[in-house]
Design a protein around this ligand. Structure first.
Ligand code: FMN
Length: 229
């Protein structure tokens, strides 16, 4: 199954059926998923909707609760890992949506974010229905290899990423927000960056490499790391 095809048809799913799902495929996929770094322990749990406080107007039958040790770049790592799962679910006709607006009823300091999921018959769309910044707004080069990252989902579609061409690939940056925006989006923007990196990895599984180098921030953006694709 080529998951990269899902990148061009997926959408955040907010209409679910109540069908039961065989969770064994998820477990098997997660046993082989690629983390961005092996240095951060993470885990997940599959919960039914009654275990969360959900502040969206819609609900799904199931939620993934994602947990991590809160080391540097943990949000990026969580986005990277679980966007791979989201694309895999999509390939099984299971819709999903990252949900910042949900928390656990039982508090857990390792909790990062939730992903809703469930069977759906509202799973795909045409490429023309993606609302995204142009390549020239998210990169200093209109390199088509960045299209999978351009199409990545992000919290309130903020698309906080910027790619700068380097000798070996691209340096990846995250937008710097003012205090007000940072309060709302800061926590999710790391996850967003990880999601965009997951799309680059799924599109270039043989060649993808990520490394945090000693690089400076650029105007308006914080350096996150460098990719080869
Ligand atoms: C970190 C993160 C948090 C999100 N939180 C919510 C949420 O709380 N409620 C919601 O309806 N959508 C949420 N979304 C979905 C985004 O609104 C959606 O990805 C974006 O608008 C782009 O649309 P698309 O995913 O259909 O391409 C979230 C997405 C991300 C990546």
């Amino acid at each position: 199954m080529d998951l990269s095809e899902q990148i061009y048809v997926r959408k955040s799913c907010r209409k679910y059926l109540d069908d039961e799902i065989d969770m064994s495929a998820i477990k098997e996929f997660m046993d082989n998923v690629k983390p961005l770094t092996r240095e951060i322990n993470y885990s997940y749990e599959i919960l039914t909707k009654d275990k969360l406080n959900i502040r969206t107007r819609w609900k799904a039958p199931y939620y993934l609760a994602l947990y991590s040790d809160k080391k540097d770049n943990y949000g990026v790592n969580i986005g990277f890992i679980f966007q791979q799962l989201s694309l895999f679910l999509q390939s099984l006709d299971i819709g999903s949506c990252w949900v910042g607006m949900a928390s656990l009823k039982e508090n857990n300091p390792k909790f990062v974010i939730a992903i809703s999921f469930g069977k759906s018959n509202d799973l795909t769309r045409e490429i023309s229905q993606f609302k995204r910044k142009s390549l020239s707004e998210i990169a200093d080069t209109e390199d088509e290899r960045l299209i999978p990252a351009q199409l990545a989902p992000s919290a309130v579609n903020s698309q906080p990423w910027y790619f700068k061409q380097s000798n070996e690939g691209f340096d990846v940056y995250k937008v710097k927000h003012n205090i007000v925006k940072r309060k709302i989006l800061g926590k999710w923007n790391d996850v967003d960056i990880g999601i965009a990196l997951a799309h680059l990895y799924i599109s270039n599984p043989e060649t993808f490499e990520f490394e945090v180098k000693d690089k400076q921030d650029i105007k308006g953006y914080t350096y996150v790391g460098s990719v080869k694709i």
